[in-house]
Structure formats: structure tokens, C-alpha cells
Design a protein around this ligand. Structure first.
Ligand SMILES: *[C@@H]1O[C@H](CO)[C@@H](O)[C@H](O)[C@H]1NC(C)=O
Ligand SMILES: *[C@@H]1O[C@H](CO)[C@@H](O)[C@H](O)[C@H]1NC(C)=O
Ligand SMILES: *[C@@H]1O[C@H](CO)[C@@H](O)[C@H](O)[C@H]1NC(C)=O
Ligand SMILES: *[C@@H]1O[C@H](CO)[C@@H](O)[C@H](O)[C@H]1NC(C)=O
Length: 327
């Protein structure tokens, strides 16, 4: 009988040693300031009432001869760890840590000191600090610099600026600073449209998402387009419409005095400057012409002054207009 007990004890110790050094439990993820139970239970009863908890080399909790050893815990855990006295006998060495901090994150080892051979279990704890974005903006006439600050978050959140349609408008990488597992993140982005912009911080590990919206009103500078004659040819005149502005022109049209569109086209960015757009047209009918530029939501439509375009050709007044290809 005695031999049988000894053999089975050896077997248990053996299995404990073989499989006990890996992470035995599913990792625990918890929010800062909450209480957490770190589970640990041994198949043998803790008859000598001796078990020990350690975290990455630090002492967390030591139970000996039916008493908590008060001098054992590291300063970090002092007064925050308790056990379940009624459960110890049945091999339950679980502990509770209250008011968990980000610095409590790590791998915990629970040791059974009762047997001859050490039996151990490990569990990983992640304590998170929720990300709370703060937003601000610097707005000029033509653009705005949006700034999103996420301070003291853990684990590292992803931070993105979205417009009201849910498009990612981040135009650069966030600035990330880490101290003691806590992250300060600053994400700036430049925008040129009036809209409500939302900074979203996401911590997948905590299943947590938080956002803050800022309203941006960009008045925009809306310079008038200019119309000029480039070249008089035999049977027509080449005219050019040009507009400058930070906002891309979506459409440019030449209209006659009756506001009838004689030519429309997708504006070409000028090769000289990225914010300049050009449309050319070959006028074959004498009239007063102006050009109309349609832009994004700020300037909408702007019209140039009228320009009388003479056409010195026998064909004038008889043919319609035909558009030249843009250069
Ligand atoms: C250990 O005791 C705690 C507290 O009573 C309980 O929540 C937990 O389920 C117990 N664990 C096992 C394995 O019995
Ligand atoms: C948003 O855009 C930025 C810049 O292009 C990119 O670095 C980032 O990965 C994007 N984020 C998401 C969530 O799409
Ligand atoms: C921004 O949001 C406010 C309400 O919060 C709304 O009245 C306004 O129309 C929105 N602006 C844009 C450009 O979507
Ligand atoms: C921002 O958070 C609110 C809830 O707080 C949610 O209803 C909304 O969809 C979120 N917006 C974005 C863009 O994530």
C-alpha cells in the first residue's frame, strides 16, 4: 500500500514536471485597477500548506506552514495579493491580485513546495490601460493639421484618422514613445477638406476602441481662372484657361456669351506647378468666351472674365467648334 502511494506520487510529480513548464492556462487579459484571480490547482492536496507564486523572478506570494509569509512579497505586490484559505487543502493555490497595474503584466509561476519534486504551473497576465484619444487642430485658409494624442495606453494601440465617410486620411506614420510598457502616441495629418474628422484608437488585445471627432471648416482661397489667347491660326484661335489653387479642379469648361458650353475637359495639371490647372480649346466661331472651373466642395464653381475671341477665317460663323487635344 505504501509503495503504491509512493509510485503514484512519483508519477504525478513526473507528469507535473514534464508538462508543467509550459503555459498551462489561457492567458488572462484585464483592465487596469480591476481585480484578477490567477488560477492554480495541483492534483495533490497541499497537506503541508506550502506553495509559492513568482513573477519574472519577483516574489509575489509565499504560503508556508499554513500561514502567509508577510515578508515575502516584492514591494510591487505588497498588500494586494490574497489566497483562498478554505481551498488550499484541496490543492487550490489560486490567488487574487487587486488593483492590477500595467507593470503587473508578465508570466506568473505557481510552485507546489509540498512534494519532494517541485510542481509548477504558469500563466500569462496582461494588464491594459485603455486608450483615450485627445484631438486638436490647426486650421488655415487652405488646409488643417489634425493632431491626435493617445497618452498612457497599454498595450500599444493603433491610431488612425478617418473622414466622415470612413476613409483613412492619415498621411504619415504615428510618433510612438514607450516607457515601462505604456505608450504615448501622436498622429498628425494634413487635410484640405471641410469635414468632421475622427481619430480612432484600437487595442485589439483588450477588445477596446475609442474615438474623438473634430470639426474642420476650411474656407479655401478661390482664385479666379484666367482666359487668354495663345495663338491665332488660319481658321481658328487657340485659347487657354488657367487656374491656380490648392484644390484640384474637377472640371473646366469654355462657355460662350449665352453660357453654352462649347468645350469641356478633364483639367491637366500644369507641368510648371502642381497647383495649376490648364485647359485649351480651338475656337472656330467668333464670340465672347469665358471659362468655368468646378472644384471640390469649397470653391464650387468660379468663372473667369469674358474674353472676345476673334476668328479670322472664311469658315467662321458656319462651322461649330471642335476641340483640340490637350498638350
Ligand atoms: C480555487 O478556488 C477559487 C476560489 O474559491 C475558485 O474560484 C476556483 O474555481 C478554484 N479552482 C479550482 C481548480 O477548483
Ligand atoms: C492608414 O493610412 C496610413 C498612411 O497611409 C497607413 O500607414 C496605415 O497603416 C493605415 N491604417 C489603416 C488602419 O488602414
Ligand atoms: C459635422 O457634425 C455636425 C454635428 O455634429 C453636423 O452638424 C455637421 O453637418 C457635420 N459636418 C460635416 C461637414 O459633415
Ligand atoms: C465612435 O464611438 C462611438 C461610441 O462611443 C461609436 O458609436 C462610433 O461609431 C465611433 N465612430 C467611429 C468612426 O469609430
Amino acid at each position: 500500500m505504501e509503495l503504491l502511494v509512493l509510485v503514484s506520487l512519483c508519477l504525478l510529480t513526473f507528469t507535473g514536471k514534464t508538462f508543467g513548464d509550459k503555459l498551462d492556462q489561457t492567458p488572462i487579459i484585464i483592465k487596469e485597477d480591476e481585480s484578477v484571480i490567477l488560477p492554480c490547482s495541483f492534483s495533490t492536496s497541499l497537506t503541508n500548506y506550502r506553495f509559492d507564486w513568482k513573477k519574472d523572478g519577483k516574489d509575489v506570494f509565499l504560503y508556508e506552514n499554513g500561514r502567509v509569509n508577510p515578508s515575502s512579497p516584492d514591494e510591487q505586490f505588497n498588500g494586494r495579493v490574497s489566497h483562498f484559505p478554505d481551498e488550499v487543502k484541496s490543492g487550490n493555490a489560486s490567488i487574487t491580485i487587486k488593483q492590477v497595474k500595467v507593470s503587473d503584466s508578465g508570466t506568473y509561476t505557481c510552485l507546489n513546495l509540498d512534494g519532494k519534486e517541485e510542481e509548477r504551473q504558469q500563466i500569462k497576465l496582461t494588464v491594459g490601460a485603455f486608450a483615450k484619444p485627445l484631438v486638436s487642430s490647426h486650421i488655415t485658409a487652405d488646409w488643417a493639421l489634425l493632431r491626435c494624442e493617445v497618452l498612457d495606453a497599454s498595450p500599444e494601440p493603433t491610431v488612425v484618422w478617418y473622414d466622415s465617410d470612413g476613409n483613412n486620411v492619415s498621411d504619415r506614420k504615428p510618433e510612438v514613445r514607450e516607457t515601462g510598457g505604456r505608450y504615448n502616441i501622436i498622429l498628425e495629418t494634413k487635410v484640405t477638406k471641410t469635414d468632421n474628422y475622427t481619430c480612432v484608437a484600437t487595442q485589439n488585445e483588450l477588445n477596446h476602441q475609442s474615438n474623438k471627432t473634430t470639426s474642420v471648416n476650411i474656407k479655401g482661397t478661390c482664385p479666379k481662372p484666367t482666359i487668354r489667347i495663345i495663338e491665332k491660326l488660319n481658321n481658328g484661335t487657340l485659347v487657354e484657361c488657367k487656374v491656380r489653387g490648392v484644390f484640384p479642379a474637377l472640371k473646366m469648361e469654355f462657355q460662350n456669351r449665352a453660357n453654352f458650353t462649347v468645350s469641356a475637359g478633364a483639367p491637366q495639371p500644369s507641368p510648371n506647378g502642381i497647383n495649376e490647372y490648364i485647359l485649351r480649346h480651338y475656337v472656330t466661331k467668333e464670340d465672347h468666351y469665358h471659362c468655368v472651373v468646378t472644384q471640390d466642395n469649397i470653391c464650387h464653381q468660379i468663372s473667369s472674365e469674358e474674353n472676345l475671341v476673334h476668328v479670322t477665317s472664311e469658315l467662321k460663323d458656319t462651322t461649330g467648334d471642335k476641340q483640340t487635344g490637350e498638350s
